[in-house]
Design a protein around this ligand. Structure first.
Ligand code: C2E
Ligand code: MG
Ligand code: MG
Ligand code: MG
Length: 298
C-alpha cells in the first residue's frame, strides 16, 4: 500500500489485485499455446425454428479447457484474445471448424443446417477477414448461405464506414450477417438497417422482467419483432429459458429461439447424437426439453 502524496489520496495494491494480475498473465501465456495443444473445442447450440419446431441451425461457441485450470469461460478469454491479437488466428480456426463440421453433418444426414459464428470487433477490422471467410467456405464446401456471421452493435457503430465496407464484401460472398446481443448497445434497429443485415438476435435481457416501471416486457419484445420484420430482418430470441417464453415468442411470430429451454450448447458428439435420434424423439424424451417441446405440439 503506497501513499501517493500529500493530497490524501492512496493507491492500494491489494493481495487480490496481485492475484488478478498473475491470473491474467498466466491466462495470457496459456492462451498462446492453447491452439497447438488442442485445448479448444467448438460446441454447438441449436436454434429452433419456431414455425416448424425443427433445428434449423446452430451457433458455434468456443470452449477452452486448460489441463490445470479447467474450463475457462469465453467471457474471460475472448477479451484477452482480442487484446493480444490472438483472436484473428483463433477466429479463423473456429470458422474453419464450424464450416467443416456443419457441411459434414449436412452431407451425412441430408440436412441444410445453418451455422452462425461470432466475430469480434477486432476481426472486422482485419484486412484478412474476407479471405479467411472465403477460405473456410472453399475448404469445407459449405454453401455460403448456410454460414452466418454474428456482429455486435458496437462493432458497427464505432467505425461505421469501415464496418459497412467490410460487411458489403462479406455479403458478396453470399453469407448471412446477424447482429448479436441486440439491445445491449446504443443503437436503434432503424439505424442498423443501413447495414446489409439479415438477422437480429435479441439479447436475452429483453426476456427478463427488468424493464422500467410501466413498460411491459412482452409488449417491448412484440414491438421489436414487428419492427425487425418490417425491416425484413429475421429474429432470433436468445437466452430462452422457459416454455412460457418459448410459447410467447411463437405467438409473436418470432422466427427462431435459442436457449437452455431448447438445449444448452453441446459438444460435437452430443450434437450429432441429437441429429441421429431425431429432434422430436429427444423432445418427447426427457425433462425440461420434453415440457418445452410437447407444450408446443399442436
Ligand atoms: P453470445 O454470442 O451472446 O452467445 C450466447 C451465450 O449465451 C453463450 O455463452 C451461451 O452459452 C449462453 N446461453 C445460451 N442459452 C442461454 C440461456 O438460456 N440462458 C443463459 N443465461 N445463457 C445462455 P458462452 O458460450 O459462455 O459465450 C459467451 C460469449 O463469448 C458469446 O456470447 C460470444 O460473444 C463470445 N464467444 C463465444 N465463442 C466465440 C468465438 O468463437 N468467437 C468470438 N469472437 N466470440 C465468442
Ligand atoms: Mg452470439
Ligand atoms: Mg456474441
Ligand atoms: Mg448473444
Amino acid at each position: 500500500r503506497a501513499k501517493a502524496g500529500g493530497g490524501g489520496s492512496y493507491c492500494f495494491f491489494t493481495a487480490e489485485m496481485g492475484a488478478a494480475i498473475r491470473t491474467r498473465l498466466l491466462l495470457q501465456s496459456a492462451l498462446r499455446h492453447a491452439m497447438q495443444r488442442g485445448q479448444f473445442e467448438v460446441h454447438y447450440q441449436p436454434r429452433m425454428d419456431l414455425r416448424t419446431l425443427q433445428i434449423g441451425g446452430m451457433e458455434a461457441l468456443l470452449r477452452w479447457t486448460h489441463p490445470e485450470l479447467g474450463a475457462i469461460s469465453p467471457a474471460q478469454f475472448i477479451p484477452l484474445a482480442e487484446e493480444t491479437g490472438l483472436i484473428d488466428e483463433i477466429g479463423a480456426w473456429v470458422l474453419g471448424q464450424a464450416a467443416r463440421q456443419t457441411q459434414e453433418w449436412n452431407r451425412r444426414y441430408g440436412l441444410s443446417l445453418q451455422v452462425s459464428v461470432n466475430l469480434s470487433t477486432r476481426q472486422l477490422r482485419s484486412a484478412e477477414l474476407v479471405a479467411t471467410v472465403a477460405d473456410a467456405l472453399r475448404v469445407s464446401a459449405l454453401p455460403p448461405r448456410l454460414l452466418e456471421l454474428e456482429l455486435t452493435e458496437t462493432c458497427m457503430i464505432e467505425d461505421r464506414d469501415r464496418a459497412a465496407s467490410m460487411m458489403k464484401q462479406l455479403k458478396a460472398l453470399g453469407i448471412r450477417l446477424a447482429v448479436d446481443d441486440f439491445g445491449t448497445g446504443h443503437s436503434s434497429l432503424a439505424y442498423l438497417c443501413r447495414f446489409p443485415l439479415d438477422c437480429v438476435k435479441l439479447d436475452r435481457s429483453f426476456l427478463l422482467h427488468e424493464h422500467p416501471e410501466g413498460i411491459s416486457p412482452d409488449q417491448l419484445v412484440q414491438a421489436m419483432i414487428n419492427l425487425a420484420h418490417a425491416l425484413k430482418l429475421s429474429v432470433v430470441a436468445e437466452g430462452v429459458e422457459s416454455k412460457e417464453q418459448l410459447e410467447f415468442l411463437r405467438r409473436q411470430a418470432c422466427d427462431e429461439a435459442q436457449g437452455f429451454c431448447v438445449s444448452a450448447p453441446l459438444a460435437p458428439n452430443a450434437f450429432e447424437a441429437l441429429l441421429q435420434e431425431g429432434w422430436e424423439n429427444r423432445l418427447a424424451g426427457s425433462g425440461r426439453q420434453a415440457e418445452a417441446g410437447m407444450a408446443l405440439l399442436p
